[in-house]
Design a protein around this ligand. Structure first.
Ligand code: ACO
Length: 183
């Protein structure tokens, strides 16, 4: 499995992975906006290993059904979609900071350290390329796997709870991690 910078050709595969893994989905235009505005902030995990692909029959069927899932025999098994915060209503316009819009790993490729690696690449890139001083994200209160990754593995801190942040009414933790180039 390879982790590399995401390109425009990967966007369809990233959107497909997002649709399979999360209820929070975005328009293709929004994916494009990320890559055009911050081309060095999003990463994909891919595999070309036929054995891995074979083990994973439902996804092989998906590949046959949807050829956009694969790019030159490569399949996207995880992604992180990163950006700088350019929200005009941002509560912190003084300090340049990044935001992780979305992260997910396909089910059969979980617990292999991929999300950890994708996140570390993204955080380093936001700091190095866009001078982000910290990075923020939202996560569902009930998302144990993601909370473990952010809190325990990556040492994000919970800044606040945003009530009914998600469409189904669930609250979000708003989390933040300071970035340092030498870390
Ligand atoms: N329960 C408890 N801990 C877990 C779980 C779990 N189900 N899954 C992973 N972890 C822990 C791992 O043990 C590891 O901890 P360690 O550093 O102490 O060893 C750490 O989390 C990182 O594990 P990875 O293997 O890197 O994580 P993985 O590649 O499995 O991906 C992810 C984690 C992205 C949360 C995955 O489960 C997933 O895609 N879930 C569905 C989509 C999702 O919830 N995305 C995050 C939404 S928030 C956002 O996008 C900003």
């Amino acid at each position: 499995i390879t982790i590399r910078l995401a390109t425009i050709d990967d966007l369809q595969g990233m959107q497909n992975a997002n649709l399979s893994n999360l209820p929070e989905n975005y328009t293709f235009k929004y994916y494009l906006y990320h890559l055009l505005s911050w081309p060095q902030a999003s990463f994909v995990a891919t595999t070309t290993d036929p054995e891995l692909l074979e083990q994973d029959e439902t996804q092989v069927t998906d590949i046959k059904k949807d050829t956009q899932y694969v790019r030159s025999g490569e399949k996207i098994v995880g992604y992180v979609l990163g950006k700088m915060d350019d929200d005009p209503d941002s509560t912190d316009k003084e300090t340049p900071h990044g935001h992780v819009t979305s992260l997910s790993v396909m089910r059969t490729y979980r617990r292999m350290g991929l999300a950890d690696k994708l996140m570390r690449q993204c955080l380093f890139a936001l700091c190095e390329n866009y001078k982000a001083e910290y990075v923020s994200l939202h996560v569902r209160k009930s998302n144990r796997a993601a909370l473990h990754l952010y809190k325990d593995t990556l040492k994000f801190e919970v800044l606040s709870i945003e009530n009914s942040y998600y469409q189904d009414g669930e609250d979000a933790y708003y989390m933040k991690k300071k970035l340092k180039l030498d870390e």
